[in-house]
Design a protein around this ligand. Sequence first.
Ligand code: SF4
Length: 381
Amino acid sequence: MPLLAKQLRPPSPLRPIFTKRLLPQLQHLHLAPPFLLDDYTPRYTLLSSTSTSRKRSQAYAHLRNCNLCPRLCGVNRYERTGVCLIGAEMAKVNTIAPHFGEEPCIQGHGGSGSVFFSGCNLRCVFCQNHDIAHQRNGFDVTPEELAEWYVKLQDVGGVHNINLVTPEHVVPQVVLSILAAKELGLKVPIVYNTSAFDSLESLELLDGLVDIYLPDFKVWKAATSKSLLKADNYASVAMESIKKMHEQVGDLCFTADGIAKKGVLLRHLVMPGKEDEGGEIMRWLGENVSKDLFVNIMEQYHPDAHIGKPSRSARVSSSSEPSEGASVMEPEGEPSSTSSARYSKINRPVTDQEVSSVRRAAEEAGLWRFVDPPQHEGFNI
Ligand code: SF4
């Protein structure tokens, strides 16, 4: 039976019903002012020629004395590599493709144009992309080749954005690639998808080029980050860098199609037995960044990389089994374990209670913009 014309009519536009009296009740609308943009022009397209030249020369200078991430290696990457093991002239990339595994407001219906960089400046023992991040599987590309890929993703792939995944250790190459892509006609927003283990110098170099920051905030305690990420200063670095990202682009904003165009979307992967640290992170975000911060509390942790593998002592005393991840360099050693399985405490998925505990802490901290499954059958924003 044909639908009545009345049923087919689109809902009335939201704007006319916004009065001061109604605003408090509408706080639960993500796609409402002040988070709704009429239109959006990516920041890099607005850079002056002077700023473009300055960014280019700063990028080269950083490569000659690399303190671009908190590892502070101070190496000339044209001659040798630092902890990230990636040189100066090329970045290493594993996959370039439209990607549909991101948040609905990032991937939309056309996908997010993802570039998965190989290598990483962290050594997370539970890394969910171990072969790419630690074993550096991939192929070399110049910044100019990267720029061509971005434009191909935009023009042929029809993606909503260019999503730079794990780019912290190749920021100069990324900067040069965005500047080159601008000349080739790139027009979609740039997403910087990071562990938040970034230096302030690096974020300054990216200012004006990135539209959406997608940082993780992984763990809170120094002892945890030392053991699980091999970086005891992770939380203090993440705090500074997330504040700086928010200063640059603010809270997450959308155009009327529900696609995010600018701002910060923060991710926290709930870890087994670490829900208290998740709660601390949510409290800190609510108090120090913004109560309007868009947050994705993720529950998909699964044991990977080194988790649950036989401990070193067990391996030595058993057969001549080759050592797992032989090409992986760990800046600091693993703490001794009495179990025969490595990192046995996080060798399980998270429970519903752990996820709910972090969510409750977030709500108590005043955060309210979450990536939730849709409450309707339509598009999730
Ligand atoms: S980006 Fe690489 S070389 Fe530069 S400081 Fe970080 S780990 Fe060291």
